[in-house]
Design a protein around this ligand. Sequence first.
Ligand code: SAH
Ligand code: SF4
Ligand code: F3S
Length: 465
Amino acid sequence: MSKVKEFHPFELNSERIPQAFLMKEISLPKHFYIKTMGCQMNAYDSDSLAQAMIKDGISPVNTPENADIILLNTCAVRAKPEQKAYSFLGRMFSIKKENPDLILGVIGCLAQMKALDLIKRFPEIDFILGPRELGRFQEVLKTVEIDHGRIVAAGSNPAPLRPEHGKGYFEKRVAGYVSIMEGCNNFCSYCIVPYVRGREISRSPHEILIEVENLLTAGIKEITLLGQNVNSYLWDGRDKKWNFRVLLDELSRLDRLLRLRFTTSHPKDLSDDLIHSFHDIRKLCPHIHLPFQAGSNRILKLMRRGYTREAYLELIKKLRQVKPGIAITSDVMVGFPGEMDEDFELTLDLLRNVEFDSLFSFKYSDRSGTSAEAMNNKIRDSVKAARLSVLQDLQKEITLKKNKELEGKRLEVLVEGKSKRGGQLTGRTVSNKVVNFNGNNSLIGSLVTVNIKRSFLNSLRAELT
Ligand code: SAH
Ligand code: SF4
Ligand code: F3S
């Protein structure tokens, strides 16, 4: 196995780049393939790296078999995405057997969590790059290419940088993401994110505005602001203090922007001011993703979420008073250590009470190094599975009922492209529901009004008015 280099942040400087690189022209690989397994933040990171490669003359391909560079952007939030990463890597290793010149990079949250383990166990991996090291991607790639060494960069760089984002790459898209902050300080007892993404850090409003303008110039009409906890966005500028509300106000003034969204907000930090922005800011879509995780105060406390069931329900009430009809979606988990039948009943009761528009639900998964991992009274997988299935059945009824209420209604849709099954156009309502309908391709990128004809669990069928 070739020698592994371990880089401390800032260690990779020009001295480490071999002279050969500076002296002679190198022939770069020509095609890349990226597989993204994580959340929107990971998708955003993949986009940044894709743009960097395109800028360097490397073009994307749809199958890993045709690529010279393969990147796997991993997620570590539960055991399932972790297993998926290993099985994908297995497939990539067989491709590499056929094509030993292939460069294989593992990036993202699992890469950060298991950096040394991965590089030691798998000689096929050429480099590992954690989320806070993405700014050095091009440098790392060139170094791997030239001296065929292997690189691990998994530091906790306090000021994450990325290759330039937002120019020229998004031409065929209508909706885009912009990261406004990185990391998380909350340390919910079950969660690995603060360990792999580092402490919270907000990006400067200047940087955010430039990126949003770039996307708008590329034709993007809807922007979703991303962060693990967008409510704690804070930037102490020379002119003023920018909190999340100030940022929303400023961005909503951009003429070419039609719709603004954000995700995710933490219930403990959802201020009245932010709730009122759903009333005050016309371009802010009436949809909030507000993870509640559990309906029992005892479990919420063990999770270290920092709010009670009652406080959460109060927030829902306020949101609905300020913006009647606002769509509310959430995350929940079943089988947290010590969760009893009574606790689970309280979660079901909260579902019935709130009637979420849709819900992401998970079985609790032990993450190594978190405080929940060390807790007693772990729940058997069969119990978790049974609870998840009851909960998902209940939510299906609620989602379908809410979608059925939309039949016969006229709704505004931002047309995003052709539907998956082809033939039709597809777009989303302000409340983030997927709508499919017949129409001309020239409508892509514009706002249209449709009549909802039939509602299903995951989409609505409509006709143009
Ligand atoms: N920052 C977001 C959540 C990011 S992780 C927030 O706080 O709302 C996305 C979701 O994954 C979480 O909301 C939670 O429901 C789930 N999750 C996180 N850690 C988990 C674990 N150890 N087991 C199961 N689900 C988990
Ligand atoms: Fe994880 Fe909690 Fe931070 Fe969300 S707020 S990323 S659940 S620690
Ligand atoms: Fe996202 Fe998974 Fe990392 S949810 S922040 S990619 S651990």
